[in-house]
Design a protein around this ligand. Structure first.
Ligand SMILES: NC(=O)c1ccc[n+]([C@@H]2O[C@H](COP(=O)([O-])OP(=O)(O)OC[C@H]3O[C@@H](n4cnc5c(N)ncnc54)[C@H](OP(=O)(O)O)[C@@H]3O)[C@@H](O)[C@H]2O)c1
Length: 351
């Protein structure tokens, strides 16, 4: 089998750089087009401010970045990590002909567009049949969540199935790479915490309810759990840490909750997809874990496992407290999108 040609829209950004790294040796996908605006016309290696600790692959460094021209560009699959305002028009144009897997918020909350975390809600993918039919598209758009939603939703899924989660209170400590490049000026974030991230708290609440909703009679019925988020930017490079308190309908046993989290698996693990971590959730027992620097790359596929720690009793037997860590540009963006594309390929939505 030949590899599928994939294009990356927004290749030089914080998420784009993760795509370049994660796709370098991918068994099914090969990078064919890199796209950008300011970097268009330059070799990727000259245009990019590479943030990772080792160089970009030498083959990719030589690729000349193109401007986005939906009428002229063709690929088997388009990954989009553009700013949302740009993504709205561009993703829709490509989806007329091609599959688009997007990290942006442009289409996330449209009723015929799924927000996919493959271990959680692969059945939502079916909604793209309606999307294609009603919009008259040959291709489609599938999105991934906001990076802050991802870790929270992964940890909530098995707990909701076991205990029926009614309320969620989450306080985040979010890495600077979540704001894109160049992101938050160093003079504002070093030695500081910024207790506000525009639109983030609303996104976490809305997206969590949609992702954890059920696919019934051709529509996604949102989960009715209530979510209150307080989002903070902290001087960490990668990895969003979240302190979570949940209230449940059923009584919670702390040890049982830990093993439910530990044992959680989904369709990607059953199908042994190339980017699927053996364990979507890792549970730490130490009092001082997870920590972004030490735990963001843990697991069998670095950056793809969500790490949960400090699992403990809440105020009564119908509550639980814990801390969640997820790598925002890998599980929260490029890695999750690549895993989604692998699933779409195995389900024959991408050919
Ligand atoms: N960072 C995260 O942790 C994260 C997680 C989940 C989702 N997201 C979402 O993913 C998207 C990308 O985030 P990011 O952090 O990677 O942002 P970023 O670092 O600012 O990168 C943006 C990219 O988009 C390109 N771009 C900007 N305007 C363009 C235009 N008009 N036409 C073509 N290309 C254009 C830029 O290329 P040039 O410089 O060449 O113009 C750059 O490659 C955003 O929608 C964000 O909300 C980010």
């Amino acid at each position: 089998m030949g590899k599928l040609n994939v294009a990356i829209m927004g290749a030089t950004g914080m998420v784009g750089q993760q795509y370049i790294r994660l796709l370098e040796k991918h068994p099914w996908f090969e990078i064919s087009i890199l796209m950008g605006k300011r970097s268009a016309g330059k070799k990727f290696g000259d245009a990019v401010e590479w943030v990772g600790s080792y160089d970009p692959p030498s083959k990719v460094k030589e690729v000349v970045v193109s401007e986005i021209e939906p009428e002229k560009q063709a690929a088997d699959l388009f990954f989009s990590c553009l700013p949302s305002e740009v993504a709205r028009e561009v993703e829709g144009k490509f989806a007329q002909k091609y599959p688009v897997v997007s990290d942006t918020s442009a289409y996330r909350m449209e009723s015929d567009v799924p927000i996919i975390i493959p271990e959680l809600n692969s059945e939502h993918i079916k909604i793209i049949e309606r999307q294609k039919r009603e919009r008259g598209w040959k291709g489609f758009i599938v999105t991934g969540p906001n990076c802050t939603t991802t870790g929270l939703a992964v940890a909530l899924k098995p707990l909701d199935e076991a205990y029926n989660v009614r309320k969620v209170f989450v306080t985040t400590m979010q890495a600077v790479s979540g704001a894109g490049y160049p992101g938050v000026p160093s003079l504002l974030i070093i030695d500081n915490v910024i207790p506000y991230i525009k639109d983030e708290e609303e996104k976490v609440a809305r997206e969590t309810r949609k992702i954890l909703g059920k696919f019934q009679n051709g529509i996604i019925v949102e989960n009715d759990m209530m979510v209150a988020a307080s989002c903070n930017r902290v001087p960490v490079i990668d990895g969003h840490l979240e302190s979570v308190y949940i209230e449940t309908e059923k009584k919670v046993n702390v040890e049982e909750a830990k093993s439910i989290l530990r044992d959680f698996k989904g369709v990607p693990q059953e199908l042994k997809l190339p980017s699927a971590p053996e364990k979507p959730i890792l549970v730490r027992e130490e009092n001082d874990r997870p920590q972004p620097r030490r735990d963001r790359d843990s697991g069998s596929v670095p950056g793809m496992s969500v790490v949960v720690g400090r699992v403990r009793k809440g105020l009564d037997e119908y509550s639980l407290q814990f801390t969640v860590l997820s790598h925002n540009t890998i599980r929260g963006a490029a890695g999750n999108a690549i895993l989604t594309a692998e699933l779409l390929y195995r389900m024959e939505y991408i050919k």
